[in-house]
Write a new protein. Structure first.
Length: 332
């Protein structure tokens, strides 16, 4: 996946399987949940890559495995030329300073027994950055940067609204001046009016600090607004990856086409002429995914003589436009 832009991270064949254990006394593994099953993509410095898909598609697991909150079953995460999966101890701590995460539920990710000053300053304390006075000054600067009063340092998370709590989470993520921030559905639990404020804040911080975002979400309208490129996941795999305009104007995978047909258009006349693609059935279990193309059980364009037998590879059909479908050329 070559590009003229500077590559910050390369994810190659990332796999994360969770064991299914049975037995009341002696536990034994009886299967695996294939949450992430061979995901590959690049992240370019200064861009926002949107990662979208239905609930259970594995997009959150991708982000957590990249940061090694989950240990990968296989594959590589090469960050600025260094394979994160091979690092241990101090080397891993050093590289983790350059990657941070914003979580989906702001209140659940903030320790209710810690003050805001302690929460935002915790990364500085853990990584032994500066003395007490310098850390206090840095916390005040971070709170101002995300639009909060620095005098709030002695307050507790429950004293703030949902939007303010997420701003606190963003301030914590910025504490160590990271290069990459993994945004795990950072606006899904917020009111619509607050969502736009948080997205605008993230965009401003990106412009000011040169940040790179992996933006995990299921709100396709918001993803289109904030992302430069979009990767679509289905059942642990990436089925399509392209720039934002290509994904929305001419999706080449049947699953992406179904997703895009559900996105509302402001023009009522144009909206009335659109054909909604309704997928039949439910998403298969990641503990027992279908053979061949894992989308063939729901695909409206399935060809039973081939799709259930052969797994499609992710291939580049147009410059920068990658699709995992045997018959994607039909939609060019």
């Amino acid at each position: 996946m070559e590009d003229e832009r500077e590559t910050l991270a390369q994810i190659r064949g990332l796999v994360k399987h969770f064991p299914i254990m049975r037995g009341s006394i002696i536990k034994r593994e009886v299967g695996q949940i294939r949450a992430v099953d061979g995901v590959s993509f690049d992240l370019y410095r200064g861009e926002t890559l949107g990662l979208v898909g239905e609930t259970g598609s594995g997009k959150t697991t991708v982000g957590r495995t990249m940061l090694r909150l989950y240990e990968a079953t296989g594959g590589k995460v090469i960050f600025d030329g260094v394979d994160l999966m091979s690092l241990k101890g101090r080397e891993l701590d050093q590289i983790r300073r350059r990657i941070s995460m914003i979580f989906q539920d702001p209140l659940a990710s903030l320790n209710p027994r810690m003050t805001i000053g302690s929460i935002v300053g915790e990364p500085l304390l853990v990584h032994k950055v500066g003395n007490k006075k310098q850390r206090r000054a840095r916390v005040g600067q971070l709170l101002e940067q995300v639009g909060l009063n620095p005098h709030f340092v002695n307050r507790y998370p429950h004293e703030f609204s949902g939007g303010q709590q997420q701003r606190i989470g963003i301030a914590r993520a910025l504490a160590l001046n990271p290069d990459l921030i993994i945004c795990d559905e950072p606006i899904s639990s917020l009111d619509v009016s607050i969502q736009a404020q948080i997205v605008n804040l993230l965009e401003r911080l990106q412009n000011e600090l040169g940040l790179t975002y992996l933006f995990i979400a299921h709100d396709l309208s918001m993803v289109r607004h904030i992302s430069d490129r979009i990767a679509v996941m289905y059942l642990g795999k990436i089925v399509e990856l392209a720039d934002r305009d290509s994904i929305y104007s001419n999706p080449l995978h049947p699953y992406t086409q179904a997703l895009m047909s559900a996105v509302p258009i402001p023009d009522p006349d144009l909206q009335d002429t659109r054909q909604r693609i309704i997928l039949e059935g439910d998403v298969p279990s990641p503990a027992n995914p279908p053979e061949g193309c894992n989308f063939h059980t729901r695909c409206p364009a399935v060809r039973l003589d081939h799709c259930p037998q052969a797994e499609p590879e992710l291939r580049e059909l147009r410059p920068g436009h990658w699709v995992a479908c045997h018959y994607a050329e039909d939609y060019l």
